[in-house]
Design a protein around this ligand. Sequence first.
Ligand code: FAD
Length: 131
Amino acid sequence: MGIAKGAYEASIKYAKEREQFGKPIAHFQAISFKLADMATKIEAGELLTMQAADYKNKHKKVTKLSAIAKYYTSEIAVQISTDAVQIFGGYGYTKEFPVEKFYRDSKLCTIGEGTSEIQKLVIAREILKGN
Ligand SMILES: Cc1cc2nc3c(=O)[nH]c(=O)nc-3n(C[C@H](O)[C@H](O)[C@H](O)COP(=O)(O)OP(=O)(O)OC[C@H]3O[C@@H](n4cnc5c(N)ncnc54)[C@H](O)[C@@H]3O)c2cc1C
């Protein structure tokens, strides 16, 4: 979630600053819709994470919810950091701005500590058991 939020915040700032065709690129719907998608995914990811943490704190079974939270947040981190690179255009590919690092780092999150495929395997197993 930290990577996703970092990429989102950098994108908002850059989209307001960078001007093309006489206006900030944030004024183009293609860009603002990306920002809206990012914001929506971040809110959903935070809720899933907090829900799993709440269950854990209450000593309730957390297998399905933690797998859902891990799967969803790592995938949206990749999606959001990919969109961030796109918003930055050519600069997104350089090391002058932080988003290329968010892009690289986010990918590990879908692999380490249980790949997305394994999270889906866990989720499917739990829902088929009726949990
Ligand atoms: C930068 C980095 C840091 C890491 N740090 C640590 C660390 O600190 N501690 C640690 O323990 N590990 C660490 N890892 C290892 C990481 O946890 C493993 O890479 C990860 O669990 C995947 O295992 P694997 O690489 O053997 O892939 P494999 O198990 O060979 O999987 C390859 C592909 O097959 C899929 N797959 C495998 N089995 C199934 C299945 N049953 N059903 C469906 N799909 C399947 C996987 O999802 C994946 O897409 C790190 C990895 C990286 C890249």
